[in-house]
Ligand binder design. Structure first.
Ligand code: NAD
Length: 481
């Protein structure tokens, strides 16, 4: 298998070298993708610009909101019909279990359904002003938007950024992660099949420091959406600043699950486990820190240890709790963090297992529960991006808030308590973009604005808020006398 770029509804070969596609469940090479060059980025940006047209008169730019909506609905239907095919591609490319990949395909379709319905709901306002004036605002697309996507949820992140951007009338250039490009290439082809005009959606594959960097520095890009690490976020923001380009950054997290003495532990337990083992912990919003009030600390940790021992990692087709990690680098990184933790005296309370059918060359990491992790230690402060849960006790509300807010990140938090007033007090004091009370993640929540504060980034994706972010507000003042 050799995959090319998809530019202007055409497969375009790269002049340069290729990048191997590795199956994380075996470590074996299963194909190649194109290693994009500057001229591929230029071609994709030019195609997107032509689709918009200089004065919104291109084949994509001239469509009405209703026509865009109809195309997005057709895309939603095509994705839904091919959900199984897309899930299979994603599972092979990322190593995630087929069960997870299927859920990703459903979420992807739902994003396009949501944003298809939103296209013709984007409205401006009329503003009271001086006598003799009529003042109005209209929402216009930025123009050409760049979408830099990571490897952990390629389809979902494509859905939430590209779906919203197309709905707002932008033309898109997508740069998938070098470790997981296949599903997005297939999606671009599918968009062409359902009738998106050439250039509305383009995909250029390649390395982040090459294609990603060139795209973000490109003067023809009018908005950048990056989902990735905090380090990459800084580089992208710098590149964007050099050409006054607005950016949305969805970065990492070290999200706390906060459990009070009065919580319903039976309800909390499976959610806490799922929030760290989902996608083998490679989730930006993973609940990777567990803060438990002392009165229920031992009870909850005993129950968690029991669950962790039963967790299995294995090949995607077995549909176990977890697949492998995405690549050798991620695998080595998680192993070395765990080694360091044990060297520093951290107590492993429970471990899951790797299934005996897992290939020895695959990047399998069993789930790990660490207890009494000091708040200041790197394990409690830095994102691991693996199935590792760091538990620590707290005394009271003030202590819980101090610990919860005590990292560089601020993406998501879960709060488990039956005290209604406390639920609201805590929610207001947490510094993060989403707070879940007696649940976590709300099942994905396509409709719910998502994003971070501090090192977790800025700007919001998902929901109607994302749609607004992909527009520019123009004020028109008419003096009619
Ligand atoms: P990464 O930052 O290395 O890569 C993300 C994307 O950025 C890839 O497509 C990569 O090729 C590209 N890239 C790398 N260097 C670049 C540069 N200089 N200029 C432009 N693009 C560049 O991250 P990753 O390893 O792919 O993903 C894991 C990280 O992403 C984790 O830290 C995780 O928390 C974060 N993440 C965040 C969210 C969120 O919504 N907040 C979602 C998924 C992942």
């Amino acid at each position: 298998m050799m995959k090319k770029h998809f530019i202007s509804n055409t497969w375009v070969a790269s002049q340069a070298a290729t990048i191997p596609v590795i199956d994380p469940s075996t470590g074996l090479n299963i194909g190649e993708i194109a290693r994009g060059e500057q001229q591929d980025v230029d071609a994709a940006v030019a195609a997107a610009r032509a689709a918009i047209g200089g004065t919104f008169d291109g084949p994509w730019g001239c469509l009405s909101a209703v026509q865009r909506s109809q195309l997005l609905y057709r895309f939603f239907a095509a994705i839904s019909e091919r959900a199984e095919e897309l899930a299979a591609i994603e599972a092979v490319d990322t190593g995630k279990s087929l069960k997870t990949a299927r859920a990703d395909a459903v979420a992807l379709a739902r994003y396009f359904e949501y944003y298809a319905g939103a296209c013709d709901k984007l409205q401006g306002q009329t503003l009271p002003y001086e006598v003799g004036y009529l003042v109005m605002t209209i929402r216009e697309p930025h123009g050409v938007t760049a979408h830099v996507v990571p490897w952990n949820y390629p389809m979902q992140i494509f859905g939430r950024t590209v779906g919203a951007s197309l709905a707002a009338g932008n033309a898109c250039v997508v740069k998938p992660a070098e470790d997981a490009s296949l599903s997005l290439l297939r999606l671009a082809e599918l968009a062409a099949e359902v009738g998106f005009p050439p250039g509305a959606l383009n995909v250029v594959t390649g390395y982040g420091h090459e294609v990603g960097a060139w795209l973000c520095a490109h003067p023809g890009i009018d908005h950048i959406s990056l989902t990735g690490s905090t380090a990459t976020g800084r580089l992208v923001a710098e590149a964007a600043a050099k050409h006054q380009c607005p950016v949305t950054l969805e970065l990492g997290g070290k999200s706390p699950q906060i459990v009070f003495d009065d919580a319903d532990l039976d309800a909390a337990l499976p959610v806490i486990v799922n929030s760290i083992v989902q996608n083998a912990g490679q989730t930006c919003s993973a609940g990777s820190r567990l803060l438990v009030q002392r009165g229920v600390y031992e009870t909850l940790l005993d129950a968690l240890a029991h669950r962790f021992r039963a967790l299995r990692s294995g090949p995607p087709a077995l549909e176990l709790d977890m697949g492998p990690l995405v690549n050798r680098k991620q695998y080595d990184q998680v192993k070395s963090i765990l080694l360091r933790a044990e060297t520093d005296g951290m107590r492993v309370m429970a471990r899951g297992e790797v299934h005996p059918e897992a290939a020895s060359g695959g990047f399998y990491q069993e789930a790990v529960l660490l207890r009494d992790v000091p708040h200041e230690h790197g394990i409690a402060q830095h994102e691991i991006f693996g199935p590792v849960l760091a538990a620590m006790p707290f005394d009271d509300e003030a202590d819980a808030i101090r610990l919860a807010n005590g990292t560089d990140y601020g993406l998501v938090a879960g709060v488990w308590t039956s005290d209604g007033a406390r639920q609201l007090r805590i929610a207001r004091k947490l510094r993060c973009g989403q707070v879940f009370i007696n649940n976590y993640g709300a099942g994905g929540g396509v409709e719910l604005p998502f994003g971070g504060v501090k090192s977790s980034g800025y700007g919001r994706e998902k929901g109607f808020e994302a749609l607004l972010g992909f527009t520019v507000l123009k004020t028109i003042a008419v003096k009619h006398g």
